[in-house]
Ligand binder design. Structure first.
Ligand code: NAD
Length: 482
């Protein structure tokens, strides 16, 4: 890949552009800690230009016959699939994830555009009976300009998760990727124009916290979708309150993976090893909190440790099993958790620190870590680590498993492994989380499944037809024709 040619400009009104002030920031390769390109750093003036551009394009876009939006969204998906290698290389370099995982992300992004292309001409209203002489119907209208504030862990995939339904429902978009990684989102906006999206409908401003704050507080936006940390979600909600705009928040998790003795332990162990390797467990849904039935503990830990010991780490572009974490800051954050765990009496069955391999010394590599004897209620068991660390806590009964699963402020996903249907349903109905996954943690077609949090994991549902509720407002029309 020709890294020196990567365009670091953002995308406003259908054009690549630097910020008005000329400010920039470096894009860093997390495998080497070296800068590979320079990105535009947008300030409030650039954000204002992007929002103005989206406002200007909105009416024209919303006025099109929906079937034209169907075609454009399908063309975006088609181009993404055609350019899969290019997007995957960019994402792998920017985030550090193995190339194969980045390719899966591009396919998932295309999948979002295909799914929402399929519903763009089916945003139905309803008809409500009022008796003779009256008709009453509802219209589901777009909100206007949707601000999409995206984290660094799955830039293309998470941006597509929000942008595809926003566009399908005839909104315009201003997206703001994270400073750590998000070049693929700018490239996506450029590709969307190539697919026929009118200039100005989808804009991208690049930068960090200040750029995000300028966007979330801009009076010209009508909606915010945010994925990221709880403190930032709270700041964004406050900014949205000042302008009275709705928000959709997806704020991460501390997902439990409950493994009963009667489960297929081999499959559950394979799934847990995948959790570590998948983007170095920098995944909001990652079931990193293993809850093991005490009688299965030794066998499961042994099976999982054997798998973890075979994980090869390396630079994402070389397609290893696992890459580095995204940044020095994230690495230090994860190492801080490992120190806290050691003080709390947790024992590292595998890993436990930064990689000592000479060829990985310059990058942000943390060994895949399995921590046993993690005390219920300890920092490691409660807080989102967001790095390649699995924690093990044991339980003795179904009730205790449910209590531990529900014992954090988060509620995004719960994994359950058992052959006993009654046990699975008892837990599935008792846990406070937006999704429950039994005997498999991933499935083809998951884009159609509503996804979002309970408790401090956020609110609003993305994916599936439920997502349309985020991007439309309902108008009721009552007519007396008698
Ligand atoms: P973050 O919340 O700081 O940043 C996420 C996005 O918000 C970035 O684009 C960032 O620039 C922007 N932002 C930051 N401050 C802002 C503000 N005041 N106003 C508007 N926008 C602002 O998250 P992070 O540091 O990038 O990631 C760390 C944590 O975020 C993780 O540990 C994890 O808890 C969480 N996270 C969750 C998910 C998820 O899918 N739910 C994904 C990634 C990260």
């Amino acid at each position: 890949m020709q890294t020196q040619n990567i365009d670091g400009r953002m995308f406003i009104a259908g054009q690549r552009t630097w910020s008005r002030s000329g400010a920039t920031l470096d894009a860093i390769d997390p495998a080497t800690a070296a800068a590979f390109t320079t990105m535009a750093l947008a300030d409030s003036t650039d954000v204002d230009t992007a929002v103005t551009s989206a406002r200007a394009a909105f009416e024209g876009w919303a006025g099109l016959p929906p079937v034209r939006r169907v075609r454009i969204l399908n063309r975006i998906a088609g181009l993404l699939r055609e350019r899969r290698a290019e997007f995957a290389e960019l994402e792998s370099l920017d985030v550090g994830k193995p190339l194969k995982q980045a390719e899966d992300d591009v396919a998932a992004a295309a999948g979002y555009f295909e799914f929402f292309a399929g519903v763009a001409d089916k945003v139905f209203g309803s008809s409500i009976p009022l008796g003779r002489g009256f008709v009453d119907f509802t219209l589901r209208e777009p909100l206007g300009v949707s601000a999409q504030i995206v984290p660094w862990n799955y830039p293309l995939r998470l941006a597509s998760r929000g942008i595809a339904p926003a566009l399908a429902c005839a909104n315009a978009v201003v997206a703001k990727p994270a400073a750590e990684a998000g070049l693929s989102i700018v490239r996506l906006a450029e590709l969307a124009v190539e697919a026929g999206l009118p200039a100005g409908v989808f804009n991208v401003v690049t930068g960090g916290r200040e750029t995000g704050a300028a966007l979330s507080s801009h009076p010209g936006i009508n909606h915010i979708t945010f994925t990221g940390s709880v403190p930032t979600g709270i700041a964004i909600m406050k900014a949205a309150a000042d302008n009275v705009v709705p928000v959709t928040l997806e704020l991460g998790g501390k997902s439990p993976n409950i493994i009963f003795e009667d489960a297929d332990l081999e499959r559950a162990a394979a799934s847990s090893a995948t959790t570590l390797m998948q983007n170095s467990a920098q995944t909001c849904t990652a079931p990193t909190r293993l809850l093991l039935e005490r009688s299965a503990h030794d066998r499961f830990v042994d099976l999982l440790a054997q798998r973890i010991r075979t994980i090869r780490m390396g630079r994402g572009l070389d397609n290893p099993d696992m890459g580095p974490v995204v940044s020095e800051r994230q690495m230090n954050r994860v190492l801080g958790y490992l120190d806290a765990g050691a003080k709390d009496g947790a024992t590292a069955v595998t890993g436990g620190g930064r990689s000592t391999a000479r060829e990985l010394a310059h990058g942000y590599f943390i060994e895949p870590t399995l921590l046993d004897h993690v005390a219920r209620g300890s920092v490691l068991e409660q807080e989102e680590i967001f790095g390649p660390v699995l924690t093990v806590t044991t339980f003795e009964s179904v009730d205790e498993a449910i209590a531990i699963a529900n014992g954090t402020p988060y509620g995004l996903v719960t994994g359950i492994w058992t052959r006993d249907l009654s046990k699975a349903l008892t837990v599935a109905t008792a846990v406070k989380s937006g999704q429950v996954r039994v005997n498999a943690y991933s499935v083809e077609g998951s884009i159609g499944l509503p996804f979002g949090g309970y408790k401090r994991s956020g609110f609003g549902r993305e994916q599936g037809v439920e997502a349309l509720a985020n991007y439309t407002q309902v108008k009721n029309v009552m007519i007396n024709f008698g």
